[in-house]
Design a protein around this ligand. Structure first.
Ligand code: SF4
Length: 261
């Protein structure tokens, strides 16, 4: 089903703090709605959908309504960056809950670079947007880092979220096959208490299905009851990934370091 309105958490300008475009000034479109529950999630305020007809919370938002058409979102992007020089990163929440938005934005903003930041859990929805984006950043999720998914409310139809390790394995392999030969990268968040062995299946899948896909290892920022990893664990993981032939970079969250959103 085509959803004409999309739940916008915020549209804002900042510095890209993660992945292949680290440090680039961008426009961010952050969507609401995510059924996943990563233990180290730093945007839990995006998990739930706003009520139908709701206004934006707070008083510093570019858009007035929580639900907006693609045209309204595109107008917000143009207002923030009138000369069109900035890449637009569509993030969340999980933006692939709304796979029709990117093709719509592609039509409305044909000359903009459009990037997608996704959890890498929804290959069916990813297929729908592949030709609409210039770059994809997909996470590798460790099932042990996730609590059970929570269905988004309402009558909208969403691609089911992975529930267990087997689902995650299938989703990961499908996503890797889809993005292997595209302008894309994978991000692996590493929380404290994890060892290189915990990630071995993920690294093996990455190396066999998408050997040319860059890997960004991101030490988790300590949050709630999740500690940051120690540097030795990060070093060993990066070393293992490199030994498998992966182009690997360790990149802390730059926007957090700079105190930006
Ligand atoms: S997929 Fe993203 S928004 Fe959803 S819980 Fe994980 S980190 Fe948070």
């Amino acid at each position: 089903m085509i959803t004409a309105l999309y739940p916008i958490h915020e549209v804002f300008t900042s510095i890209q703090g993660e992945g292949a475009f680290l440090g680039e000034a961008q426009v961010f479109v952050r969507l609401d709605g995510c059924p996943l529950r990563c233990s180290w999630c730093d945007t839990p305020g995006t998990w739930k959908l706003p009520a139908e007809g709701a206004s934006m919370e707070g008083d510093d938002h570019l858009l007035e309504k929580a639900w907006n058409s693609a045209e309204e979102i595109a107008a917000g992007i143009e207002a923030l960056d009138p000369d069109g020089s900035r890449t637009v990163s569509v993030t969340g929440g999980e933006p692939l809950m709304w796979p029709h938005l990117l093709p719509e934005l592609r039509q409305l903003l044909p000359d903009r670079r459009l990037h997608l930041e996704t959890a890498g859990a929804f290959p069916g929805s990813l297929k729908q947007v592949l030709e609409s984006v210039d770059h994809i950043s997909a996470d590798h999720k460790l099932p042990e880092d996730l609590r059970p998914p929570v269905a988004l409310r309402g009558e909208l139809e969403f691609e089911p979220a992975p529930v267990d390790a087997s689902d995650w394995r299938s989703a990961r392999r499908e996503v890797l096959a889809l993005i292997a030969d595209r302008d894309a990268c994978a991000k692996l968040v590493v929380a404290g208490g994890r060892s290189t062995a915990d990630f071995d299946e993920i690294l093996q899948d990455h190396a066999s299905l998408a050997p040319g896909l860059p890997l960004y290892v991101q030490p988790a920022t300590a949050i709630r009851d999740v500690p940051a990893p120690d540097s030795q664990a990060i070093f060993e993981l990066a070393d293992r990934a490199s030994a498998l032939g992966l182009s690997t970079r360790v990149v802390p969250q730059l926007h957090v370091q700079l105190g930006l959103r």
